[in-house]
Unconditional design. Structure first.
Length: 312
């Protein structure tokens, strides 16, 4: 139930938002948000992932709490432009569609997707490389164990999640972008985003376009790096990232500040673990969205078949 309906509705009306970048983690959202921050007609939330409207506030923080509308308002401030909230964990939150439709019935949504098994492995690598596991009492040492946790596989089940959003919004309210298209055809994707949002085309700098998917390959910060980062005020870090986005990635590339890499590539083993769930889900998503999932479906199906033959 949405708390204090009258007060919540008034607050939502005061914090106007036009569009939400609702997902998914490890699918190019950081690059897309970084590019759109340079568009003169766009006001992107600061930080990118405000995490106020949805109860999914990151991978592990799922506890319900009232919306802090003052904080939400500050994420946009008085900056002009079409407002976009980049809270990418909202897509997998079962209750988010109902809440969003109550507060923002006319909103638009951008959904970035990636081959679901590849996405899950990348997400798993990111969490293992960071400092999230021990404080949350989670054992994700093995991918098979991690996959059973809904906080990992939930973001890869696009069909299940999308079906919930379509209970409250029409499909024409969504723009769906594949991460591979962002990587290989960034200007084309941005043109599609501009048309969807109703803003003019923009001549992005080469530096902004070169940052595509860079964040997916970065190492996590070690304790020294995190201490230095946390000593810099958030608003100052955000300003640097907006004006010189490449600068925010530099500490992640220096051994003095970065944790040792411990990443594993997506293999047939991972597809074999996920196939039972992701194959029918991809078919459902294709049916609901009209997005061609054939290549991704075949990739998982063939990989799972190879694993099955090896084990037989």
């Amino acid at each position: 139930m949405i708390e204090n309906n009258g007060m919540q509705n008034t607050a939502a009306a005061e914090v106007h938002v036009d569009c939400f970048l609702i997902g998914v983690p490890k699918a190019g959202t950081t690059w897309l948000a970084g590019a759109l921050q340079h568009h003169p007609e766009v006001c992107f939330s600061e930080p990118k992932e405000v995490d106020e409207l949805s109860d999914h506030r990151g991978t592990f923080n799922r506890l319900p709490r009232p919306v802090d509308w003052n904080r939400y308002r500050q994420a946009f401030g008085d900056r002009p432009g079409l407002r976009i909230d980049g809270s990418i964990h909202a897509f997998s939150d079962p209750d988010a569609p109902r809440k969003f439709s109550h507060w923002y019935p006319n909103a638009k949504f951008i959904l970035c997707i990636r081959q679901p098994v590849d996405r899950a492995v990348s997400h798993w690598n990111m969490i293992r490389a960071g400092t999230h596991l021990e404080p949350n009492g989670v054992d994700w040492s093995d991918f098979a164990i991690a996959w059973r946790d809904g906080r990992l596989h939930g973001d890869s089940l696009y069909g299940r999640c999308f079906s919930r959003w379509l209970q409250f919004y029409d499909t024409n309210r969504f723009l769906i972008a594949k991460s591979e298209n962002m990587k290989h055809s960034p200007t084309e994707v941005l043109s599609q985003v501009h048309e969807f949002l109703g803003v003019s085309d923009h001549d992005y700098s080469e530096k902004a376009l070169e940052l595509k998917h860079q964040s997916s390959d970065l190492k996590s910060l070690n304790p020294v790096g995190r201490s230095i980062r946390n000593a810099i005020p958030r608003n100052l870090r955000t300003s640097f990232k907006r004006v010189m986005p490449w600068l925010s990635y530099m500490p992640h590339r220096f051994p003095l500040f970065a944790a040792p890499a411990n990443t594993l590539n997506c293999t047939d083993y991972h597809h074999g673990i996920c196939a039972t769930e992701v194959l029918p889900d991809m078919e459902q998503f294709e049916s609901l969205s009209g997005i061609d999932m054939t290549q991704w479906i075949e990739e998982t199906r063939q990989a799972a078949a190879r694993i099955k033959r090896l084990r037989s």
